[in-house]
Design a protein around this ligand. Structure first.
Ligand code: AMO
Length: 436
């Protein structure tokens, strides 16, 4: 018996042969004599099956079954003009008639039923693109001799400020869900050299935006003996490798999502670098305004952080990512190293994706000076005691080092051209959504 996996076979090779397909009833049209079903297999491939209606009476949308019959060519059949004339049917599970997902559904209904919506072509297409992005990221790190490591996600210390920490009860104590693997990766570079990890990070983000999740997949890398310029080169190469290979492997998937491939194909190093000062100058020349917490509007000025709107404005007419460098250190966390040639400026960089997508990574050189780190930890209202182990890294043979963190969902959002970050992950976690 020939088991068809729809996406992997050339149907023409099987015309007239008896084949079997296993899957779910994707579409169903019962006529007096014949029933026409579009069967979707477990890789998302589809084929039409025609069955005598008397054998199909119990069948419903999303019923799980196995159909055997002769493969025939019929130009009326959807998805390529082939169909199976069924002679045998094995039913694994009849679906209840009230399957909640139809052709046109509201966003909320799809999110409430995400455990079922993962079966839609759109969601499985995005999942495949995401898998390629992770695969080619891993390939780049392996080819360039970086060691993959794992870190804990239950921690005692904040990396990105205290306001977005999720507290958890840890036996008789309190702990937090990790915001970033960075501090642990920093500990590893002393004995493992360049290291990288993919870990879930957690942020109790109060803001509802199209690019923030409460839980996201964080790809992070850290290496000894490198400076900011090296870090930018590493990210340019990594991103170009991921994009070119994903476009190559997933062009049909990207096409299904109506992603214009020409921009992506042009992604190659080097990426433009703009200083924070230049960025503020550009935004001011466009009369870009900031809305303050009290609702007042004013023109953006030096010292303001970049946000979703300013990054959209900066990148909307660009086709390739850019780095923003030379941020005021006051806008950056305690670990960012100050540029000793430019007082008050940090040796860090954010990478912004083009066409309005904005920040996808952040990183830089790490501060070595214990006094400076401690002061800045206190300034962020964090408890220096929690960082004792981290400060040991500076006490015992500190090494110049640098690293970055990149949000996989932000990367998927840009590469697959998705507006809402919730679509980049099968089971999104946001302020208002923790199930399914
Ligand atoms: P940062 O906080 O900028 O830096 O995070 C790094 C990258 O992670 C992604 N990201 C998010 N993605 C989805 N939802 C969120 N709420 C969210 N928050 C962040 C973004 C961002 O660029 N330790 C530092 C990095 C470093 O210096 O190594 C850090 O975590 O893509």
């Amino acid at each position: 018996m020939i088991h068809l996996r729809c996406n992997d076979v050339k149907y023409a090779d099987y015309i007239g042969k008896e084949v079997t397909v296993r899957g779910w009833v994707h579409r169903l049209r019962k006529q007096k004599e014949n029933t026409f079903m579009l069967i979707r297999d477990d890789r998302g491939g589809v084929i039409q099956c025609v069955l005598a209606t008397e054998k199909a009476l119990t069948l419903t949308i999303e019923s799980c079954l196995e159909v055997t019959g002769k493969l025939q060519q019929d130009s009326r059949a959807p998805e390529g003009g082939y169909e199976i004339r069924a002679t045998d049917l094995k039913i694994y599970g009849v679906a209840k008639v009230d399957y909640p997902i139809g052709e046109y559904q509201s966003e909320d209904l799809l999110l409430d039923n995400r455990h079922l919506a993962v079966r839609t072509r759109r969601m499985s297409t995005i999942a495949k693109i995401r898998a390629s992005i992770l695969k080619y990221a891993r390939q780049w790190f392996i080819e360039n001799n970086w060691l993959e490591v794992n870190v804990p996600v239950i921690v005692k210390d904040a990396v990105e400020g205290g306001s977005t920490l999720f507290k958890v009860r840890y036996f008789d104590d309190d702990a937090y869900l990790s915001q970033s693997a960075q501090l642990y990766l920093e500990a590893m570079v002393f004995s493992l050299g360049p290291v990288w990890s993919v870990t879930e990070s957690f942020r109790a983000e109060k803001s509802r935006t199209v690019r923030h999740l409460a839980e996201f997949t964080h790809m992070e890398a850290e290496a000894p003996w490198i400076i900011l310029d090296d870090l930018l080169r590493i990210q340019e190469q990594l991103i170009s490798h991921i994009v070119q290979n994903t476009v190559n492997e997933n062009s049909a998937d990207l096409g299904y999502l109506k992603r214009d491939l020409s921009d992506l194909k042009s992604i190659e190093p080097p990426f433009d670098k703009l200083s924070y000062e230049k960025v503020i100058e550009i935004l001011r020349s466009k009369d870009f305004v900031i809305i303050e917490d009290n609702g007042n509007e004013r023109k953006i000025e030096w010292g303001d952080d970049l946000n979703v709107d300013s990054e959209r404005e900066l990148t909307r007419n660009r086709s390739r990512p850019i780095f923003v460098v030379d941020f005021p250190i006051s806008l950056k966390p305690f670990y960012v190293k100050e540029d000793h040639e430019k007082e008050g400026i940090g040796l860090s960089a954010d990478m912004l994706a083009p066409r309005g997508f904005g920040e996808i990574s952040s990183g830089g050189e790490r501060e070595n000076d214990i006094t400076s780190i401690t002061k800045r930890i206190e300034k962020e209202s964090l408890d220096p005691k929690a960082y004792d182990w981290y400060l040991d890294l500076r006490r015992y043979g500190s090494v110049p080092h640098a690293g970055f963190g990149m949000g996989i969902e932000r990367l998927v959002r840009w590469i697959a051209n998705l507006q809402d970050i919730k679509d980049t992950v099968l089971f999104p976690r946001t302020m208002s959504r923790v199930r399914p």
